[in-house]
Design a protein around this ligand. Structure first.
Ligand code: NAP
Length: 258
């Protein structure tokens, strides 16, 4: 399918690895020029090289997207953009009694306020030009809380509320905002989460993974490629009527009718 976005320009935040990279690759394959961000320069440049092989231009910006300075750096390097993919690392696991105010502020900054500030910055230009696509990578924890990820449950719920209201205010100008909710995907983040389970339960990584797979109807972890394909579709010309949705990609893991 021709996604109809060849020649458009996208910012992909936190995109050198994992789900962000999956989104960047799918957009590059659709002919979208990229401004790619992550903190570590080496992996960022390696990712950019792979993406350039698709024939698109890739500008790299090595910075922490959860800081005001990092957001300003990415926005300045990008200039006007048609597509924004918001992403950042997820908060650490723990239990409800572990976190202090400072921990919540850090999670809110990374997983709620950073995407909101990025949207605030790019939405006016998109609306003026009459076309735009924003995709926020959130989590299945928005639909069903994950006990050990209370910081994620909280911060991402806040972002989801903001998107629900804002998406409906900008849709008339040809701009869509949607959220993608990953269940478990085979990325470094999954390795870190499985590592926590293995350590806590005194089991091997393979056992921790098998245990998690048993809770997923699809019986496996998702891939960054599958995730990226959905992102590119949401950013395509065909997705202009999809507004303010929360799209679960979880292999059926969340047991809910709707
Ligand atoms: P990942 O494999 O660990 O990749 C994270 C990417 O983000 C890397 O490119 C990393 O590069 C970059 N990054 C992290 N923090 C950053 C920051 N502050 N500023 C700029 N770049 C940053 O993670 P993932 O699995 O793709 O997860 C992406 C998001 O989806 C996370 O928020 C995660 O919590 C959420 N999620 C993932 C899963 C899953 O199963 N994988 C499930 C639910 C939710 P640098 O380290 O070089 O910055």
């Amino acid at each position: 399918m021709d996604l109809g976005i060849k020649g458009k320009k996208a910012i992909v935040c936190a995109g050198s690895k994992g789900l962000g990279f999956g989104c960047a690759m799918a957009l590059a394959q659709a002919g979208v020029d990229l401004v790619l961000n992550a903190r570590s320069e080496g992996p960022l440049e390696e990712a950019a090289e792979q993406l350039r092989a698709c024939g698109v231009s890739v500008t790299t910006v090595a910075c922490d997207i959860t800081t005001e300075a990092g957001q300003a750096q990415v926005l300045a390097a990008a200039g006007p953009v048609d597509i924004l993919v918001n992403n950042a690392g997820g908060p650490p696991p723990g239990m409800w009694h572990d976190w202090e105010r400072a921990d919540f502020l850090k999670a809110l900054d990374a997983n709620m306020l950073t995407p909101i500030m990025m949207m605030k910055a790019v939405l006016p230009g998109m609306m003026d030009r009459g076309w735009g696509r924003v995709v926020n990578i959130t989590s299945q924890s928005v639909k069903a809380p994950i006990a050990v990820l209370g910081l994620s449950n909280s911060a991402r719920a806040g972002l989801t509320g903001y998107v629900a209201g804002t998406a409906r205010q900008v849709a008339g100008a040809g701009v869509t905002i949607n959220n993608m909710l990953p269940g478990i995907h085979a990325t470094d983040r999954a390795v870190a989460l499985d590592g926590g389970v293995a350590q806590a339960q005194g089991i091997t990584m393979a056992e921790a993974k098998a245990q998690r797979c048993a809770t997923i109807p699809a019986g496996r972890y998702g891939t960054a490629q599958e995730f990226g394909a959905m992102c590119a579709f949401l950013c395509s010309q065909h997705a202009g009527f999809i507004v303010g949705q929360n799209i679960l990609l979880d292999g059926g893991g969340v047991n809910a009718t709707l």
